[in-house]
Structure formats: C-alpha cells, structure tokens
Design a binder for this molecule. Structure first.
Ligand code: FES
Length: 149
C-alpha cells in the first residue's frame, strides 16, 4: 500500500441519511507511529438539510453517543444525546447544554457534501485494492484507514 494525499474522502451518499437523522461510522486512522486507532464519527443531517460531523465520543466518559439503543437523538430529535448518561448536545455546535459534560463540546470534524456524497475534508488515506463501489456494500461498522492530518 502506498500513501497518497487527497482533499476529500467520500463516506456515504448523502441520500442514505434521512433529514432529521444521523449515521455512525467506525473509521480507523493511522497515528504517527503507524498504529491503527479507532476514529468513530457521526454524521447528522438536519431537517433543514444541513450536515454536521462529530467524533462519536461523549466528552464526559468517552462512549459512543449511540451506545446501547443505537439512537443518537433526544426524544424529539432536536438534540444529540448520549445514550449512557443522557447528556444533551446542540446539533449545529456540539455544545452540551445539559448532563455531566454540561458546557463541553463534541469534537467537530470537517465534512462537506460534494456531488451527492458526504465527504471528510483534509484527510490522508491509504491506497488499497478495494473496488470503487465497496462503500455502497458496507454497513455502518465498516473500517477505513486514514492517516493523521
Ligand atoms: S458518557 Fe455520555 S453523558 Fe456520560
């Protein structure tokens, strides 16, 4: 495998996330020592059709927001919610407004939608031999190797 630098990396077709929905991805990135490290992310699509991306890790105790029941949202879907202790986060800022990490932030990731694909911005990937359509066959637990920024 040879490393190459790209500006955008397509994660999934934007249409696969419904308005008012979210999708988690278990990515992996390579640290400076060449070790693979978990890089869980969540991509949120608002009812107004904006997209936001965060590291899928509660700043309080580090668990995935959708731990347990697999749900990312508060009951009315207007906030992100940690499934373990119930911290509530603003969708557009990642700011925690209630819960054990009140006042702290989810870690944002840079994403954009280009040609109908949700893309990570500014990441370095490993080239490999996967077919070009492999993402479409992957489920939400797919692993993708990403070099550090
Ligand atoms: S791990 Fe989410 S509020 Fe504690």
């Amino acid at each position: 495998m040879a490393a190459r630098e790209i500006d955008l990396f397509a994660v999934c077709p934007a249409g696969t996330i419904e308005r008012g929905g979210a999708k988690g991805f278990s990515l992996a990135r390579i640290d400076g020592g060449g070790e693979s490290r978990p890089f869980p992310i969540v991509v949120v699509r608002t009812f107004d059709n904006d997209f936001f991306g965060y590291i899928n890790r509660c700043p309080h105790d580090g668990v995935w927001l959708n731990v347990g029941g697999g749900e990312f949202f508060s009951a009315d879907r207007s906030f992100l919610r940690c499934g373990r202790h119930g911290a509530i986060f603003e969708i557009d800022s990642g700011y925690c407004i209630d819960g054990p990490c009140n006042g702290r932030l989810l870690e944002p990731i840079a994403i954009t939608v280009k040609e109908g694909e949700v893309c990570l911005c500014g990441v370095k990937l490993l080239e490999d031999n996967r077919p070009s359509d492999w993402l479409e066959d992957s489920d939400e637990t797919m692993a993708i190797a990403i070099h550090p920024d």
